[in-house]
Design a protein around this ligand. Structure first.
Ligand code: UD1
Ligand code: UDP
Length: 358
């Protein structure tokens, strides 16, 4: 059987690549590579367990570091293993440094490179993720675009060959795991959550690198009129520890959750506050109103559909309380806009990859 090298590096890549890894069984020999960018058990190993994935065949153990260190270490590691294995193709997902490393290594070796979640644009080049996306999209042989807008973004930059509109694998992941989460997760009991609460996550560099901005976001969450549960990304936890931030009101800082616990926490929340990419998507799928603490988003379809709003830290407290207490404000942001496809993105991606070699 032909070999497919699948590269992941961080939490969201493990979650969203899982449907591709599963769908590839029987069509490709899968060689699963973890760059090791995320390495804490609760940021990495827990997801292989919760998603019932095979352990990585290889871990490059690049760990934490600057953008350059992570990209360079990943590039050297992925190049070496592509030379050793000579696979039919390599795939990576999204906009992390693992994607940039894989895109550069594969394209220079003329290994077919498939970019999953191609074509997203925030049009904000100050984000490392935007640079990674643009480069990956321009060297990819196959672009798996989740939405029509992503296809249009690629076309606008002259990328039209090998583009497939597949839907987003987050729908596959969410549909498969939300019922399991409902059945198996005891997260609400563990955190004693009855009734109305908000879920929150904050980790984006633009929100954590400036401690005053991070403090303003945390203060807004802490002042909410209902409990706010925030599983803290280690990056965020690190800055909060440095500045000695202790919530004294509604905010509850907890450890990162595994996928089933997080899906249950999100699904039952009245509102979610985030700067995550994947959570903007999941909120629309699970019909939870979303406040995104960013000046822009590469998921504009959620904002256009009225289920996601971009907010600045100074506006966050008021908007959060409106959604927690005012049914009309809350209901105006719910609905099922069906933005990301039918839950068969993994299958389509593997079919398109297989067709390349038939
Ligand atoms: C990375 C991605 C981002 C993605 C996020 C998912 C890039 C450029 N950024 O950001 O797009 O949204 O992953 O969560 O690739 N740390 C730990 N343990 C870990 C991992 C990280 O303690 O297992 C801490 C370290 O202090 C590290 C910091 O978190 O320096 C940031 O981690 P890093 O992987 O560099 O970036 P993320 O913010 O996680
Ligand atoms: N997630 C999780 N546990 C948590 C926080 C997030 O399982 O404690 C999941 C969430 O459901 C989503 C993904 O992690 O699928 C998003 O990852 P993250 O926000 O780290 O990265 P981004 O999507 O912004 O790149």
């Amino acid at each position: 059987m032909r070999e497919l090298v699948v590269v992941v590096g961080t939490r969201p890549e493990i979650i969203k690549m899982a449907p591709v890894i599963r769908a590839a069984e029987g069509t490709f020999d899968r060689y699963l590579v973890h760059t090791g960018q995320h390495y804490d058990a609760e940021m990495s190993g827990a997801f292989f367990e919760a998603l019932d994935l095979p352990a990585p065949d290889e871990n490059l153990e690049i760990g934490s570091g600057t953008q350059g260190e992570q990209t360079a270490d990943g590039l050297v590691g992925v190049e070496r293993l592509l030379l050793e294995r000579d696979p039919a193709a390599a795939v990576a997902l999204g906009d992390t440094n693992a994607v940039l490393s894989t895109a550069l290594a594969a394209s220079k070796l003329s290994t077919t490179f498939g970019h999953v979640e191609a074509g997203l644009r925030s049009f904000d080049r100050s984000m490392p993720e935007e640079v990674n996306r643009v480069v990956a999209d321009h060297v990819a042989d196959l672009s798996f675009a989740p939405t029509g807008q992503a296809v249009a973004n690629l076309a606008e930059e002259g990328v039209t060959d090998g583009v497939h509109e597949t839907g987003n694998t987050i729908v596959d992941a969410c549909r498969e795991h939300a019922p399991l989460a409902a059945e198996r997760s005891a997260v609400l009991e563990r955190f004693d959550l009855e009734g109305c609460y908000a879920a929150a996550t904050i980790h984006r560099a633009s929100n954590t690198d400036d401690p005053e901005r991070l403090r303003a976001i945390m203060d807004a969450l802490d002042g909410a009129s209902a409990p706010v549960v925030l599983p803290a990304h280690p990056r965020t936890r690190g800055v909060l520890d440095e500045i000695g931030y202790e919530p004294s009101g509604s905010l509850r800082l907890v450890e990162p959750l595994d996928y089933l616990d997080f899906l249950k926490l999100l699904d039952a929340a009245r509102v979610v506050v985030t700067d995550s990419g994947g959570i903007q998507e999941e909120a629309s799928i699970l019909e939870v109103p979303c406040l995104t603490v960013r000046p822009n988003t590469e998921r504009p379809e959620t904002v256009e559909a009225g289920v996601n709003e971009l907010v600045e830290p100074g506006e966050l407290g008021a908007r959060l309380d409106a959604l927690l207490t005012d049914d009309d404000a809350h209901d105006a942001m719910t609905g099922h806009p069906d933005l990301y496809g039918d839950g068969r993105a993994g299958e389509r991606i593997v079919d398109a990859l297989a067709a390349e070699f038939d």
